[in-house]
Every structure is written in C-alpha cells, then in structure tokens.
Ligand binder design. Structure first.
Ligand code: ZN
Ligand code: ZN
Length: 244
C-alpha cells in the first residue's frame, strides 16, 4: 500500500462525512467542507478536482499540478478537439485530478496506467505522439520525521483526537504548499515523443462456459476446450497467476 493509498483509506474511514443520514453529513461537495480560508486559496478547477476525488490531499494536488503543467506546455484545454492520451505511472490519488483536468479517462480509453509506483504523468497528442512528461521532484516536499512518526500512530488508530486533528490539518497545509510552489520546484518537465498503442476497437463477446457471463473476446481464456472468463479460468489454478 503506498503512502497515498494508506492516507486515503484512513481518511475515508475516519471521516464522519461517510456515515449517518444525509442531513448529518453537511455539504455534499468535498470542496464545500473545506475551511473557507483554504477553499479561497484554490482555483476553481482545483476545487472541482477535490469534488471529484472526495477530499483535498497532497496526492490529489500532485496530479493537479502535473495536469496543469502538461496542459500548459502542450497548449491544450480540457475537452479540446485535439485528441489527448494520458499516461500515469501511479494509481494513487493524483490520477483522479489528472483525469478530471485533462479529460483523459479510463472509461474513454485514453488513459494508460503503468504500474510503476512513480509520481509521473505524461500527456500526449494522439495525432503525432508528441507529449509532455512531468515527474514530481523527490525534494519537492521537505521530509518531516515528526509527521511520519505521527502518521504511523494515526494509521494504527493509536493517535489521540488532538494528534489526529493536527495530522489532517498538516495534510491540507502540505497540499496547499504543493499547489502553490513554483512549477520548477514541484516537478521536472520534459518533452517526449511516445509511441501509442492503436485505439481500442469494439470487440465481440463470448459467453463463459462456466459462469454464463459475457466476456469480451480478447480477454476470454480456453479451458477444457471451452471459452471462459479469466476468474473462471483460474478457479482451478494453484493461485500464483498474476490475475488470479
Ligand atoms: Zn486523496
Ligand atoms: Zn466465468
């Protein structure tokens, strides 16, 4: 579990906003639950990314900065006619901001996820493969040993209420710090040319011989001479398959 994922898990688990009746939850938009002094410092598209993601955190801010920097260097807007492809090298919070800002989404098929565990985001023009890569600098945030120690206590549920409040307040402060630092201190920008995979076409479905559910043909497996889906094909495995 990456740090960002751990934060996310605990934050959503700890946040009272996820429980109780609607009337007890307060404003439904995450950005409206922020303190006004925080919200007022944030550009509108950043607040919208917070609404999409569900909270403000340093991880989301990394993706926000990367999206803005790649879009500005490429000279494109969200929803521009120009077709864009996003490549993300992390599955942490920042991917939500990057998807929201650039319009490159998993569902549209123009977001490529590479499971490298790196805070690196690339935005590419499909027409010529030219793109911009932003890599967050490893020294963008000062290490904070006190905070790291406290984080362990917060994550394990040992922290006091005051410690927890202090920790989450620091979370917001670090997000703002990342959002407002000069671009050159945040990340390294390089222009790249990327060979993109061809656009995914439409595929026929086959019916899984085991569970009876439809599965797109390129994902079907053959077991005992019959087509089946991946989960059914691995049901008799020894459990070490990557997709088991
Ligand atoms: Zn987050
Ligand atoms: Zn099946």
């Amino acid at each position: 579990m990456s740090d960002a994922r751990a934060d996310e898990a605990t934050m959503s688990g700890a946040a009272p906003s996820g429980a109780g009746k609607a009337s007890e939850r307060g404003p439904s938009r995450a950005s409206e639950r922020l303190e006004p002094r925080v919200r007022d410092r944030m550009p509108a598209d950043f607040r919208e990314a917070v609404d999409f993601h569900g909270h403000l955190c340093p991880g989301l801010t990394i993706g926000y900065r990367a999206a803005r920097m790649t879009m500005e260097r490429l000279g494109v807007e969200r929803g521009a006619d120009e077709e864009l492809v996003g490549i993300v090298e992390t599955d942490a919070c920042g991917v939500d901001a990057f998807q929201y800002l650039t319009g490159c989404t998993l569902g549209k098929g123009n977001l490529i996820y590479r499971d490298y565990g790196k805070q690196v985001f690339t935005l590419v023009r499909r027409a010529d493969g030219r793109g911009v890569r932003v890599s967050m600098r490893s020294d963008a945030l000062e290490p904070d040993p006190e905070r790291t120690a406290l984080k362990t206590r917060v994550m394990s549920g040992e922290a006091t209420d005051e410690e927890r409040a202090w920790f989450w307040q620091g979370h917001v402060e670090r997000a703002l710090e990342l959002a407002e630092m000069p671009a050159g201190e945040f990340g390294t920008v390089t222009e790249v040319v990327v060979e993109l995979p061809p656009k995914a076409g439409a595929f026929d479905s086959v019916i899984c011989a085991v569970c009876g559910e439809a599965v797109m043909e390129p994902r079907a497996r053959v077991r005992d001479g019959e087509s089946c889906c991946i989960p059914c094909s691995t049901r008799y495995s020894r459990g070490w398959e990557i997709n088991a």
